[in-house]
Ligand binder design. Sequence first.
Ligand code: FES
Ligand code: FES
Length: 162
Amino acid sequence: MSSLVELTINGDARSIGTSSERSLLSVLRDDLGLTGCKIGCGEGACGACTVLIDGQLTRSCITPLAEAAGRSVLTIEGLEAHGQLHPLQQAFLDQDALQCGYCTPGMIMAALGLLLQRPDPSQDAIIGWMQGNICRCGAYLRIVRAIQQAAAELRAMAPGGE
Ligand code: FES
Ligand code: FES
C-alpha cells in the first residue's frame, strides 16, 4: 500500500510517496540517489547499509521506510560540510583505511554513531562497537587507527577541547 512518509534526510525535509513496506535502503538509493549506502547482505549482518536515525545506528536494509517517519536520517552524503570532509572521512583517507571501499560508508557511519556517544573510546571499545561491520578486504587495523585519529580531532574541535 502506498503512503506519504515525511522525514528529514541530511538536514532536508522530504515527503516520499511510496509503499511503506519498502526498505529505507531501497528508497535512499533508488529514489533519492544516495548510493553511499551500500547493499551487502540485505539481512542486517554486514553493516554496509548503515545510516544514523536520530543519532542511532540503523541497518537501512532491514528498516522499513515507515520506521523513519518524522525522524532525522543521516547518510554518508550528509557528512561533508562547506567543501570540507568530516574528520572521519579525512581520517579514513589519511590512514589508508580502505581497499575496495565498499564497506567504508557503513564503517564511517557506524564510527560516527560511536563517537557521538563516546568521544574518547578505548581501542577495545572501538573494536567491540565495530564488530557488526564487515570489511572483506581486512582493513580492520587501519580502520581502528582512523577512528582514533578522528576521535582525537573531534575532541580538539569541541568547545573547550584539548
Ligand atoms: S546490507 Fe544491511 S546489514 Fe548488510
Ligand atoms: S575496504 Fe573492501 S570491504 Fe572494506
